[in-house]
Design a protein around this ligand. Structure first.
Ligand SMILES: Cc1cc2nc3c(=O)[nH]c(=O)nc-3n(C[C@H](O)[C@H](O)[C@H](O)COP(=O)(O)O)c2cc1C
Length: 151
């Protein structure tokens, strides 16, 4: 099978997971293309697709919804697996994995969905600080949470 694995990412961990999925599929004898979803303009020629995106402040990266919108028809005709990447699976204080799974299903809903998964991501402590009072990672530059006074 020709399988497309597409991802969005801000800090690289969703790309790492997409590449690992691609390797596994190749080991299973498939021809695999792993790409950033902005670099894919058509699903033509693919027999199946895997799509993944990270979670920030409770929301799955909007690029995934845009990709689904652009490729609605193609995604209906092949089996599609979708994954989200966040810290909720390893820290329930950050959010509910089950709720992220539901959010993901809603975003990719037009697709012929065969699997949904929320994977644990990672956070680089040199660029982010974890604030016990807010149960949340904050960007140390404050860019993620303007006006909150963390630095
Ligand atoms: C500012 C910020 C907000 C985040 N918000 C959430 C969140 O709401 N839920 C969650 O599960 N993970 C959250 N995370 C964790 C990211 O999803 C995790 O670091 C992921 O691996 C990032 O993927 P990327 O490296 O592909 O960008 C957040 C991380 C940061 C830095």
């Amino acid at each position: 099978m020709q399988i497309l694995v597409v991802y969005a990412t801000r800090k690289g961990s969703t790309e790492e997971i997409a590449l690992a999925i691609g390797k596994e599929l190749e080991a299973g004898g498939h021809q695999v293309m792993v790409s950033h979803l902005k670099d894919v303009s058509s699903l033509e020629g693919y027999d199946a697709a895997v799509m993944g995106a990270p979670v920030y402040t409770g929301h799955i990266d909007g690029e995934l919804r845009k990709f689904v919108g652009r490729n609605k028809n193609g995604l209906k005709t092949i089996p599609v697996a979708a994954f989200a990447v966040g810290l909720a699976p390893v820290n329930p204080k950050i959010g509910s994995s089950a709720a992220l799974g539901e959010q993901l299903k809603g975003i990719v809903e037009p697709a012929n969905l065969v699997a949904v998964k929320v994977f644990a991501g990672k956070l680089d402590p040199t660029t982010f600080v974890y604030d016990e009072n807010h149960d949340f990672p904050y960007e140390s530059t404050n860019r993620g949470f303007p006006g909150l006074g963390h630095n």
